[in-house]
Design a protein around this ligand. Sequence first.
Ligand code: GDP
Ligand code: MG
Length: 163
Amino acid sequence: MGNIVAIVGRPNVGKSTLFNRLTESRQAIVDEASGVTRDRIYGKSEWNGVRFSVVDTGGYAINSEDQFENAIREQVLIAIEEADVIVFVVDVSTGVTDYDEAVAEILRRKAKNVIIAVNKVDNHQQIPEASYFYSMGLNELFPISAINGAGTGELLDHLVKIL
Ligand code: GDP
Ligand code: MG
């Protein structure tokens, strides 16, 4: 199966909300509580005539900090194995966290095509804050709002180019 896009990132950044927007489905479970998405969920999407599959990662059973970090690490390694493009979602409202750094380090070492989606940029005033995430040493970076759709068109234009 070709053209697989995996959405990775720590819990609560908006991965499932983005998945639902990209796939126009309501398959992924979105919740206020951290880490609530139970399984890897697959959906289909199309942009500018390019079809692709989208994988929403998650499924953490969090009992300890260690387990939490290992779970994220594992999801990222699986995503690198199976995906053609990785969308690494981060949250503009928290800035760069230690978990983001841990994910970024793996992606810098192993990954192929990575797109950073700086999520929760719900209004234009927040766009400059998104550039703080360039400190993770990964390109390209797109400020988006998975909730209202801002910026997602630009992200998708780039995504289908590199698929
Ligand atoms: P996941 O754990 O990474 O899959 O994150 P979810 O998609 O479950 O979202 C976690 C929380 O962030 C939920 O309360 C969402 O409604 C909220 N959220 C997701 N995207 C956005 C966004 O673009 N803007 C804002 N303000 N909140 C968002
Ligand atoms: Mg989720």
